[in-house]
Write a new protein. Structure first.
Lengths: 530, 376
C-alpha cells in the first residue's frame, strides 16, 4: 500500500541530496519557514525526506469503513509521489583510494571510560577536514565535542545516537587522501598496555609532564599514564601521593573496561575430539545418541594491573617472613550482651557500633603488655623498632580489592572513638576514597574475615609488621558453664600469625590469652582501660 | 609555568584593558584573568562563555567568569524543554528559556544565583579543584558552614541540600566547567517552573536529577551574592596561585569578544533552544463521546515529523483527522504554528470543540488561543 521510507541520517544540518527525476513544488508547503524542493537546487528539507504516496490517499468510500476505526497516519508531503524505487542517496565523492584510518574515541579525562553519543554532525560519505566537529558525546554532566584528526571522507560510523561508546574504541572510519600525512596523535588515547617510552616522555600537546624518575617508575609499574594524573606539586609536578591517590580512585574504572568483552563465538566441537577413543576388541555396542554439551568458553589473558599488581608485590615480600600460627576460640557471649546494650547509645550519637571497636581496643591493651607484637624489623632483620603508636589496621574488602586502612593511636582512643573512626574508614572504603594517610603507617593488623564467613584461617603478615590476627565468624554453640550445664555460647575463633624470627609461641599465646580475657569478661577490660 | 613578578599591568578601569580578550590573556593569562559580567541577560552571558571557549588559547593559565542573570531557565545541551520545565508557566511569568552548550540538567537562574565558569585547557580540566574553590570561598566567609562537594560534582549544604550544580563542556583544546551557587534565589519560582508541563512525553533526552535545594542566605545571611562573588574570585587566585584582579566585561563589546553578538543571537534562536531537542514523542488521550481519542505526535528537531490520531469516527471524521494531522506535520512544535494549522482547518471546516480539544491535548502550553479545556 503506502510506501513510506526514510533517508537515514541526522537532520541537524541541511545536506544536499542528488535526486533523480522531476521535482514539482508542493502547494501545501509553507514557504515562509522551511525551504522547499526546487528543481534546480534539490535542497532537502527535514520533513520532506520522508516520501509517501499515502498523502494522496482520498478515502474512496469512507462510509464503508465506518464500522472499523480508521487510524489515519499521515507522513509529511513535500516530494512527488512519482519517485523511482527507494534508494539511499548520499554524496558520493570518491577520495582516490587513500588509507582508511580508524579514529578512536580519545580519553576525556577524570578516568571516564564510557560516554553516550548524543549527536552526529557528519554521516557516511561526508567530507571532513581536520578539526571539524564530528559528534557530540556526553558523560555525566560534561558534553564533549569530538573533532576530526584527519582530512578525508567519513566511511563508517560505529555508534548510533544514544548508544554508549567506550573510550579507546573506534568512533569513525575516515578515508584519507593518499599521500596525506597523518596528524601526530596529540590526544591521549586510553589503551590497556602502556609502553616504557610513553612514560619517560609524556607530552601533552607539547608540554612535558614533570615527575621524578621514582614517580615515573611507580606510574609505569601501575600502568598509569602520567598525563592523566593531576600534579599537585610545584609547577604542576606529579608527586608520589598523586599517583597513589589516582590509583585508589582509578582502579575501579580500569577493571570494568577489561571485563567488557564481546561474547566469544560459539565453537562447534568436532565429535571425534570429545568422544573417548574406542579400545580395540570392545564389541561395538550401540551408542546412545545424546547431545554433546558444547563448551563455548575461551581462555582469557590480561596483564595484572593496579591493585592486583600491588598485592602480588606485597604478598611475595610477606611470605619471605617465617610465619607461625596460633589459634584459639573466644567466648564473646558477655561482649555480645554489652554491645547490644550500647548499640542504641552509640546510634543516638550517630555511630554504628559493631564488635570490631572492642576487638581493636582489647588488642591495644594487650599490646601494652607485649610491645614486641607492635614492632617492626628492617629489611635484613638487623634492627627491631618498637613502635610507640598502636596503629591497628583493618583488612577491608572494598570494590577495589583488599585494602588495609588503619586506625591511628588506638592506645589513646576510647571504644567509641574507635567506632567513629571505623565508620569513617568504612565510608571512605565504600566510596573508593581511602587516602595514603589512612593506608600507611600500620603496626598491627586484624582481619575480620568472619564477617564474610569462616572459622580458622592462616593470615599473612603485612610487612613491615610482625603479627596479624584473623577473626572467624561468631557461632552459637553449646558449651559447658561453671555449673556443668550446657548453655548457649557465642563462640568466635581467632587465628594469629606472627614472625617467628622475632616472636615466639609463648609470647603469642600469652597475648592471645590476655586479649581473650578482656573480651570474655568486658568488665576486666574496664579496669585496665586507658 | 607561573612566573611571579611577570609584568602585570595595573588595570583599574575598563577602558584601559587590552583590545581583545585573546590579547589580554596572552599578556596576563599566567597571572590569571577573572572576568565579571556587567549584564544580566542569560543569552549574552552564555554567548560570552561560548566565545571565550572558542577564541582563547588557554594553555598557560585560566579564566574565571562570574555572572548572574535575571530569571531564566537554562537546560542542558541534550535535554528536552517540554520535559524539563513548564513552558506555559514560564511564558506567563515572562521567564525566558535558554539552552547551554554544556551537558547536564535544567537549572533556574535569577539574580540571587551566582554563576562561576572555570576555563582551562583540556589537560588541566579538573572539576574537583574548581569545586574546592567554591567550597573554600564559602568557608572563608563562614567557617562553620558545612559545605562539601559530592561525587556528582554538586555542592551540598549540611549533607542534604544542594546549593550548587555544575556542567561542563570539553572542546578540542579547551574546556570549561560552570557552576551555579544559590545565594538568595526564589525557591518557590524554581520549584514551580522546573516541572514538566506535558504529559505522555517519551524521549531519550538527558533527564534532570531533582534535588532539594537551599539558599546560602538561609544558613548564614552574610552569604549574599556580592560577598560570595568576591570570595570566589579571591579563592580562585589563592587556589591556582594567580593574582589577577576582577575585570568587568560587557557582553555587548564586540571588540573585546569578536562574534559575541552573533553568538547571543544564535542562542536566542528557536532552532537552537527548541529545535535542538532529541527526537521525542507525545501521546495524549482523552475521553470523547463514543470512546477515547488518542493523539500520537513524533517531534524531531522541534518539527512535527509524524502525527497519528485515533478517534471514534462519529466524533471526528477521518478526513478531518487526516487534514488536521497533515497540517500539523512539518510545522514546528510551538503555539504560533499550531495555531496556523488550527486556523487552516478552521477555514475549511467549522470549528468544533473537539478540534480545539485535540490541539489542547497535544500542546498544553497553548495559551494564545481561547480554547476550551480538553475533556481529560
Amino acid at each position: 500500500m503506502a510506501a513510506a521510507f526514510t533517508v537515514r541520517g541526522p537532520f541537524t544540518s541541511m545536506r544536499r541530496l542528488v535526486r533523480p527525476g522531476p521535482v514539482t513544488r508542493n502547494p501545501k508547503c509553507r514557504g515562509s519557514e522551511l525551504p522547499v524542493c526546487q528543481p534546480a537546487t534539490c535542497t532537502v528539507t527535514r520533513s520532506s525526506s520522508l516520501v509517501s504516496s499515502r498523502h494522496r490517499y482520498r478515502p474512496c468510500c469512507p462510509r464503508v469503513q465506518a464500522a472499523a476505526r480508521p487510524v489515519v497516519v499521515v507522513v509529511p508531503r513535500g516530494l512527488p509521489a512519482a519517485l523511482p524505487q527507494p534508494r539511499r542517496c548520499f554524496r558520493t565523492s570518491y577520495a582516490a583510494g587513500g588509507p582508511v584510518l580508524q579514529f578512536k574515541l580519545s580519553d576525556i579525562g577524570e578516568g571516564i571510560m564510557e560516554v553516550t553519543v548524543k549527536e552526529w554532525y557528519v554521516k557516511e560519505g561526508d567530507k571532513v577536514s581536520q578539526f571539524d566537529s564530528i559528534c557530540e558525546v556526553q558523560s555525566d554532566k560534561a558534553s564533549v565535542t569530538i573533532t576530526s584528526r584527519y582530512d578525508g571522507v567519513i566511511r563508517k560510523l560505529y555508534y548510533d545516537v544514544d548508544t554508549i561508546a567506550l573510550v579507546g574504541s573506534p568512533l569513525v572510519d575516515i578515508e584519507t587522501d593518499p599521500g596525506h600525512e597523518v596528524a601526530p596523535e596529540k590526544d591521549v588515547v586510553e589503551t590497556p598496555a602502556v609502553s616504557l617510552d610513553e612514560h619517560t616522555h609524556q607530552e601533552i600537546k607539547g608540554l612535558k609532564t614533570q615527575a621524578t624518575p621514582a614517580v615515573r617508575r611507580l606510574a609505569m609499574e601501575n600502568n598509569i599514564k602520567l598525563s592523566e594524573v593531576l600534579g599537585t606539586g610545584r609547577d604542576g609536578r606529579i608527586l608520589k601521593e598523586d599517583i597513589l591517590n589516582f590509583l585508589s580512585k582509578q582502579t575501579g574504572a580500569i577493571l570494568p573496561h577489561q571485563e567488557i568483552r564481546p561474547p566469544p563465538p560459539p565453537l562447534t566441537p568436532a565429535p571425534a575430539a570429545l568422544s573417548k577413543p574406542r579400545e580395540k576388541g570392545l564389541p561395538s555396542a550401540p551408542q546412545p545418541v545424546a547431545p554433546k554439551p558444547v563448551f563455548t568458553g575461551k581462555d582469557h589473558t590480561e596483564p595484572l594491573k593496579g591493585f592486583h599488581k600491588a598485592m602480588v608485590r606485597t604478598m611475595t615480600a610477606a611470605l619471605k617472613i617465617p610465619h607461625f600460627g596460633y589459634c584459639d576460640e573466644v567466648d564473646v557471649t558477655q561482649l555480645a550482651r554489652l554491645r547490644a546494650d550500647l548499640k542504641d547509645v552509640a546510634k543516638a550519637r550517630g555511630v554504628k557500633l559493631s564488635f570490631m571497636p572492642f576487638f581493636i581496643k582489647a588488642a591495644s591493651l594487650g599490646l601494652l603488655h607485649f610491645p614486641i607484637l607492635n614492632a617492626s624489623v628492617d629489611e635484613g632483620c638487623q634492627n627491631i623498632t618498637y613502635k610507640a603508636a598502636h596503629n591497628i589496621g583493618l583488612a577491608m574488602d572494598t570494590s577495589q580489592g583488599l585494602l588495609v586502612p588503619n586506625v591511628k593511636n588506638v592506645q589513646v582512643l576510647s571504644v567509641f572513638d574507635i567506632a567513629v573512626e571505623l565508620n569513617r574508614l568504612q565510608a571512605l572504603g565504600a566510596s573508593g576514597q581511602l587516602g595514603t594517610a589512612d593506608l600507611t603507617g600500620g603496626t598491627f593488623t586484624l582481619s575480620n574475615i568472619g564477617s564474610i564467613g569462616g572459622t580458622y584461617a592462616k593470615p599473612v603478615i603485612l610487612p613491615p609488621e610482625v603479627a596479624i590476627g584473623a577473626l572467624g565468624k561468631v557461632q552459637i554453640l553449646p558449651r559447658f558453664n561453671s555449673k556443668d550445664e550446657v548453655v548457649k555460647a557465642h563462640i568466635m575463633n581467632v587465628s594469629w600469625s606472627a614472625d617467628h624470627r622475632i616472636v615466639d609461641g609463648a609470647t603469642m599465646s600469652r597475648f592471645s590469652n590476655l586479649w581473650r580475657s578482656y573480651l570474655e569478661n568486658p568488665a576486666a577490660m574496664v579496669l585496665d582501660l586507658k | 609555568m607561573l612566573r611571579r613578578g611577570a609584568l602585570v599591568r595595573a588595570v583599574s578601569c575598563p577602558s584601559s584593558h587590552a583590545s581583545t580578550l585573546s590579547s589580554l590573556f596572552r599578556d596576563r593569562g599566567e597571572s590569571g584573568v577573572i572576568l565579571k559580567s556587567s549584564s544580566t541577560d542569560v543569552y549574552e552571558n552564555l554567548a560570552v562563555e561560548d566565545r571565550i571557549h572558542e577564541l582563547v588559547d588557554l594553555r598557560g593559565g585560566g579564566i574565571l567568569f562570574l555572572w548572574r542573570s535575571a530569571s531564566a531557565v537554562v537546560i542542558g545541551r541534550h535535554q528536552n524543554p517540554w520535559q524539563e520545565c513548564d513552558l506555559r508557566l514560564m511564558a506567563r511569568l515572562g521567564v525566558p528559556l535558554a539552552r547551554r552548550r554544556s551537558g547536564g540538567g535544567a537549572v533556574f537562574h535569577d539574580l540571587g544565583n551566582v554563576n562561576a565558569t572555570f576555563f582551562t585547557s583540556r589537560g588541566k580540566y579538573d572539576r574537583r579543584r574548581n569545586l574546592a574553590v567554591l567550597t573554600g570561598a564559602l568557608k572563608t566567609l563562614s567557617p562553620r558552614l558545612d559545605v562539601r562537594a559530592t561525587e556528582r560534582f554538586d555542592v551540598v549544604l549540611g549533607g542534604a541540600h544542594k546549593v550548587s550544580g555544575s556542567a561542563a563542556k570539553l572542546g578540542r583544546s579547551g574546556a570549561y566547567h560552570h557552576c551555579t551557587l544559590l545565594c538568595s534565589a526564589d525557591r518557590a519560582a524554581l520549584a514551580s517552573v522546573l516541572k514538566s508541563g506535558v504529559r505522555g512525553l517519551r524521549s531519550n533526552a538527558t533527564p534532570s536529577v531533582p534535588s532539594p535545594v537551599r539558599n546560602l542566605t538561609d544558613e548564614d545571611p552574610a552569604l549574599d551574592c556580592d560577598a560570595v562573588t568576591e570570595a570566589v574570585a579571591a579563592q580562585y587566585n589563592a587556589e591556582f596561585g594567580f593574582s589577577g584582579p576582577v575585570l568587568p566585561v560587557d557582553p555587548g563589546d564586540e571588540a573585546f569578544l569578536p562574534g559575541v553578538r552573533q553568538a547571543a543571537a544564535e542562542l536566542r534562536a528557536w532552532d537552537w533552544v527548541y529545535g535542538r531537542t532529541p527526537r521525542f514523542s507525545v501521546r495524549t488521550s482523552f475521553g470523547a463521546s463514543g470512546g477515547s481519542v488518542t493523539v500520537d505526535v513524533v517531534v524531531r528537531s522541534g518539527v512535527v515529523e509524524s502525527c497519528a490520531a485515533d478517534a471514534p469516527p462519529g466524533w471526528l471524521p477521518p478526513r478531518v483527522a487526516e487534514g488536521f494531522c497533515s497540517a500539523l506535520v512539518g510545522s514546528r512544535f510551538r503555539p504560533a504554528e499550531m495555531k496556523t494549522a488550527h486556523v487552516m482547518i478552521g477555514n475549511r471546516i467549522p470549528l468544533h470543540s473537539w478540534l480545539e480539544n485535540l490541539v489542547c491535548g497535544i500542546m498544553p502550553d497553548f495559551i494564545n488561543l481561547n480554547l476550551t479545556r480538553a475533556l481529560i
